[in-house]
Design a protein around this ligand. Structure first.
Ligand code: ATP
Length: 275
């Protein structure tokens, strides 16, 4: 019961303290493209992990990236989030942000959120406190004497708990959640930052079938308000959520299309899916 748990915090809809307004997100999607990579290569010494890769993700798209081990999927996510710099090529978030020149923190603040495969929630903290800790720094209330939530944060919290279906677990220490629930909590922690683009790295690894199904539903809900890139090996999950699928192999795009289309592609069958 969100309302009761949230009522333990003072409610502040007075924005005059200047802390209550979300930072404006500057990413300009006016051309309909959320993310574009052009002729990106990443060299690790003499090994080329990404090979002249060009990728365009439209605003509101849910793009699935699949491919064999070592194809370059993680490297691609690392390039988007600034963890790895492209050796060649350009990476833009909307029209505005040249990601190749920004720090990981600046990229996160610009509206790109990434969930890694392994959940990293604070196990001793409640679901609610994990979400509050993930709120942008100027909105955190944990250290303050008055546990005060501004209207925006409260609204974001309620919407997030609803999205991740943990509304009835707000007081539970995160360590007591199931593996799937921890993953959803971590997605919720991303949502507290109001990202425009969400990257999910193998979100259903280690999940039960029921959890996988719930995660597919969550991704489809997220798609209503976010652009998503999902890297996953689980084909039944991809089948449940996918529109356009990009198949990577040896750092380059092997095929792109619906899952059915790429599954029939001879090169994809040879290098990844098999017969
Ligand atoms: N820091 C690094 N130094 C050297 N080689 C690296 C580095 N990071 C990745 N690689 C290599 O680049 C290639 C692509 O790796 P990457 O992790 O991007 O693949 P992947 O598609 O995510 O694979 P998986 O499905 O197994 O996670 C691999 O051959 C990997 O060994």
């Amino acid at each position: 019961m969100t309302a009761q748990a949230l009522d333990e915090y003072d409610y502040d809809d007075d924005h005059s303290d200047g802390l209550s307004h979300p930072k404006p997100r500057g990413a300009d999607f006016s051309h309909g493209i959320a993310l574009y990579l052009e002729e990106v290569s990443v060299w690790f010494d003499s090994f080329r992990a990404l090979n002249n890769l060009s990728l365009y993700i439209e605003e509101g798209e849910l793009r699935c990236i699949i491919g064999p081990n070592g194809a370059g999927k993680t490297t691609l996510m690392d390039v988007i989030t600034g963890k790895t710099r492209p050796t060649e090529g350009s990476v833009f978030f909307g029209q505005t942000y040249n990601l190749a020149t920004m720090s990981t923190e600046q990229i996160a603040e610009s509206g790109i959120g990434r969930k890694f495969q392994k959940p990293t929630v604070f196990e001793n903290f409640s679901v609610l406190d994990n979400l509050l800790l993930a709120a942008p720094k100027d909105k955190r209330v944990m250290g303050s004497l008055r546990r005060r939530l501004d209207a925006d944060t409260r609204n974001t919290l309620e919407a997030t708990l609803e999205q991740i279906r943990l509304t009835d677990k707000t007081r539970l220490p995160a360590g007591l959640l199931s593996h799937g629930q921890k993953q959803w909590l971590e997605i919720g922690m991303l949502l507290m930052q109001s990202p425009k683009l969400i990257l999910l790295d193998e979100p259903v690894a280690g999940m039960t079938d029921a959890e996988t199904e719930h995660t597919a539903e969550l991704c489809l809900r997220l798609k209503q308000n976010h652009t998503l890139i999902v890297v996953e090996h689980d084909m039944s999950f991809i089948d449940a959520i996918s529109e356009k699928v990009t198949v990577l192999a040896q750092g380059a795009i092997l095929a792109e299309g619906t899952l059915a289309e790429v599954q029939e592609n001879e090169a994809v069958i040879e290098s990844y899916l098999g017969r």
